[in-house]
Write a protein that binds this ligand. Structure first.
Ligand SMILES: NC(=O)c1ccc[n+]([C@@H]2O[C@H](COP(=O)([O-])OP(=O)(O)OC[C@H]3O[C@@H](n4cnc5c(N)ncnc54)[C@H](O)[C@@H]3O)[C@@H](O)[C@H]2O)c1
Length: 371
């Protein structure tokens, strides 16, 4: 059994505890006690995760004498909507949820985003506990306080900043995750290393196989908790994304354009971010910021992540056009998160959108066909 990592995450109005370790689901009642969660508990999850881990969670809460209701949402990004949020709220109210109650989200980023949003608006805010069960939700969605749902005009257009009271990451739940979802989470950890901590990036690279296999142990705990700590530092300094927090978008400008062009079902968010980081690293080197030596190192690390996709059908012109629609574009120039060094990122204005096409052509040469 690995050690449990416990850290306090500070935010504008207080702090909460974030735990990473094994066997936490079965022990949840103990941790809920520490935040005074005694009222009705509403568990928001989906069918897939409920079948895998719902019973363990409920049994533990029941043994501690806590009353629970489980609200199931259908599985998939398509259900991260205002309509789903309203249905969840109606079900919670119908089942006796009270102002003093607690919402527990159990699932991936779709569930933590939707459930966090519901917690922020129901009775003007109830206690919130996140139990993320994908690697991406652990290192990204469940930390930072952004909640939200999609709108037909775009992703995450409706939402709130709402900090949880507790976050529990039980690494045992990762064993049932498929490889592409693990790679997607690894990408966000890699990003944190690339923008803030070179030594951590080296750790992630040296232990890539173990981390991608989600082998329970101290390395997985360290990989996840360090990434959360690095994100939390940035969020603490800039909770509402006025400035510094924007460096978290490293790899995301090109990544989003690839997701839009290829279609959300075709490429996982994190896979697109890996390609986006390659493009952003290449650009950083082209504009004379990242040294050749560091660029080669970064490119080598990214190239060794076992992405299972082919970029053969990707059209660099279509990606360039998708980028032009990005809100960061003005006068055909773009704000881009670039690296000065590995571990040091900044926002660079004035990058010509034309460079995007060249970056995509470079990507296509590297990822000809990995399927
Ligand atoms: N709030 C934020 O700051 C933030 C940051 C990053 C991403 N997000 C959001 O997160 C979402 C993506 O998250 P995701 O990749 O976790 O997607 P997801 O929630 O759709 O989960 C991916 C799939 O894995 C399944 N699953 C979850 N846990 C599992 C487990 N332990 N074993 C087996 N299957 C499991 C889910 O049912 C789903 O089918 C997007 O909506 C994105 O916008 C939010």
């Amino acid at each position: 059994m690995s050690d449990i990592s416990r850290q306090k995450i500070k935010h504008q109005t207080g702090q909460y505890e974030l735990l990473v370790g094994q066997g936490l689901l079965a022990d949840i009642a103990k941790y809920l006690d520490s935040i005074g969660a005694t009222g009705p508990i509403g568990i928001i999850t989906n069918n897939t995760v409920n079948e895998l881990y719902g019973a363990t969670l409920r049994d533990s809460l029941k043994a501690a004498g806590l009353v629970t209701r489980t609200i199931l949402i259908p599985d998939g990004e398509a259900y991260k909507t205002l309509a789903s949020a309203e249905q969840v709220i109606s079900a919670l109210i119908a089942q006796g949820m009270e102002r003093s109650g607690t919402i527990i989200t159990l699932g991936g980023g779709v569930t933590t985003d939707l459930g966090g949003f519901v917690a922020s608006i129901l009775f003007r805010g109830v206690k919130l506990v996140h139990i993320p069960t994908t690697l991406l939700a652990m290192v990204d969605a469940a930390v930072g306080g952004k909640t939200g749902v999609n709108h037909s005009s775009g992703k995450n257009l409706i939402g709130s900043f709402y900090q949880p009271d507790l976050v529990l990451m039980d690494i045992d739940t990762l064993s049932s995750l498929d490889l592409r979802d693990r790679i997607s989470g690894y990408a966000e950890m890699f990003k944190m290393g690339a923008i803030r901590d070179k030594e951590y990036l080296q750790f992630l690279f040296s232990n890539m196989d173990e981390l991608l296999n989600s082998k329970p142990g101290d390395k997985l705990v360290k990989g996840i908790s360090r990434s959360c700590a690095l994100k939390a530092q940035i969020v603490e300094a800039d909770e509402k994304e006025a400035d510094l927090r924007r460096i978290l978008n490293f790899g995301h400008t090109l990544g989003h354009a690839l997701e839009t062009t290829l279609g959300y079902g075709e490429i996982r968010h994190g896979e697109a971010v890996i390609l986006g980081m390659y493009g952003a690293g290449w650009l950083s080197n082209q504009v004379g910021q990242l040294s050749n030596e560091e660029w080669e190192k970064l490119a080598d690390m990214l190239g060794k992540i076992p992405l299972q996709l082919s970029l053969e059908t990707v059209d660099p012109v279509a990606i360039e056009q998708a980028t032009r629609l990005d809100k960061k574009v003005a006068n055909s120039q773009l704000h881009f998160v670039l690296l000065k060094k590995i571990g040091e990122a900044h926002i660079q204005a004035g990058i010509p959108v034309l460079m995007i096409k060249l970056a995509v052509e470079t990507l296509k040469n590297v990822w000809k066909d990995n399927t």
